[in-house]
Design a protein around this ligand. Sequence first.
Ligand SMILES: [Zn+2]
Ligand SMILES: [Zn+2]
Length: 323
Amino acid sequence: MSTIDFINLLKEVQKFQSDPKVIASMNKLLDKVTQDTSKATLQEIYNILNEAPKPDQLKLLSAEALKYAETRSGTLIQGIDETTSERFRELFASALEEGMSAQQFADSLNESGIFDEDRALLIARTETAFAHNEAALLSYQNSEGVVVGKEWLVANDACEICLSIDPSSIPLDAMFQSENGDEYLSPPAHPNCRCTTTATLDIPFEAKSESVELQKAETYKPTEAMAEEAKRALKWKAEGRAGGTRVGLARANQLAKRENLSESTVKRMFSFFSRHEVDKRGKGFSPDEEGYPSKGRVAWALWGGDAGYSWSRRIVESIKEKG
Ligand SMILES: [Zn+2]
Ligand SMILES: [Zn+2]
């Protein structure tokens, strides 16, 4: 390989490494993902309480999301730089040793995949997963104590590493442990890992508001049919089916245990079913249709399905009559 060839190659590497456009677009992407996800997650958490996050909380969350995106895209580019230059140096050293021609060296660079599209895609995918999960954690931390822990939700295509991680609820600042002793603040555990987290809510908090209601009104025990439906939904979620929200998941867990529900929870259930009845018209809602269970079907089941709909309607109507 001639000196000129080598200088040209180096120029290519440097161009890639210090391109401000690469840094800026990565920053923009991460900021958007982090902002959107953290806000949506915090709102979902507050939906459970039938409240809305305070403007101050959202402002703080937004500032923290921006800070994450900026720091992360900075270190990420550095990370690419180091790995790339290191790989490049290695390849160049062996090219010299083996007396390769420029063409042979270019081929080996191609084979190494340091600049190829797949690698760029993998980085983008992994970074988006990092941003999603970081955003969820940020919203938990900004929930003013509503969220007290996090659980690891294993993806349906999870590998041995992810399956070996203890998924049970731990405090927000604690680390998830894998069997071989590796620790993770949150998913992803590795590139291409599609695992996520879910929030553990402060149960005493919910119990408190429920017990206040208990004094002024009745509670309602979900039926066996609703519990069955919720268990079916939880099984679908464990299999990695799409559909439903974290709120839906929390609801299904209550229904599966046939926990007594307060009047306001029953009202929220009825309002969910009324809003989502149109999803029944979507493809994959019935077992005989392609794409079963559709996202809408999974969400419907999380809230107790048809049995939950008629049950919550009956209660809401009788409350209206009484009151
Ligand atoms: Zn994995
Ligand atoms: Zn994973």
